[in-house]
Design a protein around this ligand. Structure first.
Ligand SMILES: Cc1cc2nc3c(=O)[nH]c(=O)nc-3n(C[C@H](O)[C@H](O)[C@H](O)COP(=O)(O)OP(=O)(O)OC[C@H]3O[C@@H](n4cnc5c(N)ncnc54)[C@H](O)[C@@H]3O)c2cc1C
Length: 375
């Protein structure tokens, strides 16, 4: 007699319980899409999502124009309602801060770069302001005297990514989504143009539709599906300081940023080691991050380091996330490769995936985000 367990037949199987998988699960459940199961090889948010700084940077980002800027803008606009709903549904405060982002220039090159971004944003009607040194230090007295030019981006925000993932998970659970942890997807079976079987840990699924939201793990899943996914790792490290006085708001200098948190910590981010997939921290990065913080705000020089961590960003070599159906399959959709913007892009990704699988049409065309075999 066979000992293999009976097939479980959910309407949707989502692989990955990071911010993207949890946001999609909640959105599908809100739209009453049927029975939804999320599987993860580890624990909730155990991939890149728990490591993120939680900056929601749109105007201050360097996205020049076009589809990525539109995706970011539309996603940012979904946050106020999402945050309010999550608080009501779960009681979780995701630490949403909407006081804007201050960016500083510490060299002529930074100055020139910043002025270009500001004039682009002003040309598209955004309420961005160029600041001189005095104006910047009026906003935050901790800003270095070396900063002579800065800009204030009032629309950009920040939140606590770990709390966001927890809130999305609890909300999805309340809506009936089942989560299965410590269960890596290890084997799949294809039948004609359908992914028929997915084995995850001890569980065997025969799902209606599958969503691959596995971050860096999407690359291995792509291999199992014989659909090469152009995803690479990019290790990012961050530290948290405990200064006597916290900066007033998120402050950015080039790729570095300082994010004040409700509990009195100050997150300092972040490094980037492209192609690295080993989740580890190094002394070199610790010194680099301390150096960033001190250059931006010299008073932080004596602040003790309370934590140091790393995460692997899932970076798509197409330089934009992959969102949409996977070629060769009728029932597989990808939502992965969000690199530096997965927290910011989670709400719009969830909306687009739900539209794609339930309505078969989307409010933003997915063509630029489609998986392509040859990037
Ligand atoms: C240091 C750092 C700072 C960042 N700061 C920001 C920021 O300020 N703003 C922002 O928007 N973004 C930021 N990011 C990026 C953001 O964290 C990522 O883009 C986002 O978390 C990706 O989410 P995800 O759900 O796709 O992937 P993940 O969070 O990695 O989740 C994928 C999940 O899939 C699971 N999985 C993988 N393979 C399998 C398998 N075979 N079977 C079952 N489960 C599997 C994993 O266990 C994991 O839980 C930062 C990232 C880092 C590292």
């Amino acid at each position: 007699m066979s000992t293999s367990p009976a097939f479980d037949r959910p309407d949707f199987l989502i692989v990955g319980a990071g911010v993207i998988g949890c946001a999609i699960a909640r959105e599908l459940a809100r739209r009453r899409a049927g029975r939804i199961v999320v599987v993860d090889r580890g624990k909730l948010g155990g991939g890149a999502s728990a490591a993120a700084a939680g900056v929601l940077a749109v105007s201050s980002s360097r996205a020049a124009s076009g589809v990525m800027l539109r995706l970011k803008r539309e996603s940012l606009a979904l946050f106020p309602e999402l945050v309010a709903e999550l608080s009501e549904e779960t009681g979780v405060d995701v630490g949403y801060r909407s006081e804007g982002v201050l960016e500083i220039a510490l060299s002529e090159r930074d100055d020139c770069d910043l002025r270009k971004v500001v004039s682009k944003r002003l040309a598209s009607g955004e309420p961005v302001r160029l600041l001189d040194g005095r104006e910047m230090r009026e906003i935050d007295g901790l800003v270095s005297e070396a900063a002579r030019v800065g800009a204030y981006f009032p629309g950009d925000c920040a939140l606590d990514s770990e709390a966001l993932v927890r809130a999305l998970y609890q909300s999805a659970q309340k809506l009936g989504v089942e989560f299965v942890f410590d269960s890596p997807v290890g084997r799949v079976e294809k039948e004609e143009r359908r992914l028929r079987v997915v084995e995850a840990g001890e569980r065997r699924f025969e799902p209606g539709e599958v969503v691959i939201a596995a971050g860096l793990g999407s690359r291995e899943l792509g291999t199992m599906l014989r659909a090469k996914m152009p995803i690479r790792g990019d290790r990012g490290e961050m530290i948290a300081l405990r200064p006597l006085v916290l900066p007033r708001q998120t402050t950015v200098w080039r790729q570095s940023y300082l994010v004040p948190r409700a509990g009195g910590e100050l997150f300092v981010g972040s490094t980037s080691a492209r192609g690295e997939t080993e989740n580890k921290t190094t002394d070199e990065s610790l010194q680099l991050l301390r150096g960033f913080a001190t250059r931006m705000m010299p008073a932080l020089a004596d602040a003790p380091v309370s934590r140091h961590w790393s995460g692997i960003r899932p970076m798509c070599t197409l330089r934009r996330p992959i969102i949409g159906p996977i070629g060769g399959y009728e029932n597989v959709t990808a939502a992965t490769g969000h690199h530096r913007n997965g927290i910011l892009l989670a709400p719009i990704t969830a909306k687009l995936v739900a539209e794609c699988v339930l309505d078969r049409q989307t409010s933003i065309a997915l063509a630029p985000f489609k998986y392509r075999k040859k990037p």
